[in-house]
Design a protein around this ligand. Structure first.
Ligand SMILES: *[C@@H]1O[C@H](CO)[C@@H](O)[C@H](O)[C@H]1NC(C)=O
Ligand SMILES: *[C@@H]1O[C@H](CO)[C@@H](O)[C@H](O)[C@H]1NC(C)=O
Length: 347
């Protein structure tokens, strides 16, 4: 027996021993540490709360990892005593990238000029109240859920049409984003792949109006346009107005009259996991989401816009966000003052 083979035999023995040890630990897993147990309990409760199930144990584990990292982030932000808080809402098992690719859908391609039906912005002479909430005036429908379809633009535009229709006729009718997803599909708007609100207004003007949500219900995926239902008009508009950009005073004057559509940057993790309070960012200025501003006010001296989102009632404050108003950056927090508009109903 030479030295080499003796070393090899010792190594073999070591390998066998390690394997035996592996088998032992596999057979009787070590108890998870206290932190893991608490986390796992919390995760299981969260899964139940949100009715989440996954296809495999692997995905369960992967989602658990993402959930834990989101929780750490939530604790980190909430510890900073900011004007808003985050929470482990239904998006807490998604990475921020997944969230962005699933729930955002405001897309403007290159330079686009509004059509001639556009009216010019003219506030006129009227008193602008220090706060207003169109929900209290009965002009806002319930919170909707776009699901995993990038149709935010349709919800944003229709929210504004629902409101002006209620203000002018007294009837609050929930309108059909599915009709826009199916029928307003072309060069500018792309159903579940994104679109812009002003093009949705233009569609409604050409189509003579839009059907109700009841007649043309939401499916959350691209379908063929049903032209028969699309002719059952539940509300119509005569034009729309682009609000001057970088001017939150102009926005306020408009919201004093009616809810408005705004484009924002909703891609931040803070936005994904927002719970309550006046949201001051972080967020960028790359407009990628369409929402509805249904009012404004002030909390302890801090101005905010009341934002109606289309991510269900589980996100934010029952589906709503208070977004900071009066930022020193003229583009507004999350770019809220960069592109906003509202429909006109002249009869
Ligand atoms: C948290 O912020 C509020 C208002 O911004 C302030 O009044 C309060 O003292 C702060 N609390 C802590 C613990 O920093
Ligand atoms: C912003 O809009 C208001 C209301 O329309 C207007 O009076 C004001 O001059 C505008 N400010 C700027 C900087 O354009």
């Amino acid at each position: 027996m030479n030295i080499t083979s003796s070393v090899t035999r010792n190594n073999m023995l070591a390998i066998v021993l390690v394997c035996v040890l592996c088998v032992c630990t596999d057979a009787r897993p070590e108890k998870p540490t206290g932190e893991v147990t608490v986390m796992e309990k919390r995760y299981k409760t969260w899964l139940k709360q949100h009715g989440k199930t996954y296809n495999s144990k692997d995905e369960w584990n992967m989602r658990f990892g993402i959930y834990q990292s989101n929780l750490k982030f939530i604790e980190f932000v909430n510890a900073q005593n900011l004007s808003y808080k985050l929470t482990d809402n239904e998006f807490a098992d998604m990475t921020n990238f997944e969230f962005q690719t699933t729930y955002l859908g405001y897309k403007r391609k290159g330079h686009w000029l509004p059509q001639n039906q556009q009216h010019s912005y003219n506030v006129g002479n009227y008193a602008i109240p220090s706060s207003i909430d169109w929900r209290k005036k009965g002009a806002v429908t319930r919170i909707k859920n776009q699901d995993s379809c990038g149709s935010c633009w349709a919800f944003s535009a229709l929210g504004a049409v629902e409101a002006i229709n209620q203000i002018k006729t007294g009837n609050l009718v929930s309108l059909s984003p599915q009709e826009l997803v199916d029928c307003n599909f072309g060069l500018d708007n792309h159903g579940c792949s994104g679109g812009i609100m002003e093009k949705a207004y233009e569609f409604m003007m050409l189509n003579g109006g839009i059907s109700s949500d009841e007649d043309y219900p939401y499916k959350g995926r691209q379908g063929l346009c049903n032209p028969i239902i699309a002719r059952k008009i539940a509300a119509s508009i005569t034009g729309y107005v682009r609000i001057p950009e970088r001017n939150e005073t102009a926005m306020q004057a408009a919201v004093a009259r009616q809810p408005i559509s705004v484009a924002i940057d909703a891609s931040a993790s803070e936005f994904q996991l927002y719970a309550d309070g006046v949201f001051t960012g972080s967020c960028g200025k790359k407009l990628n989401h369409g929402v509805l501003v249904v009012g404004y006010g002030k909390d302890k001296g801090v101005g905010y816009w009341i934002v109606k989102n289309s991510w269900g009632t589980g996100w934010g404050n029952k589906g709503y966000m208070k977004l900071h108003r009066g930022s020193s950056d003229k583009r507004g927090v999350c770019g809220v003052a960069m592109e906003s508009s509202y429909p006109v109903k002249d009869f």
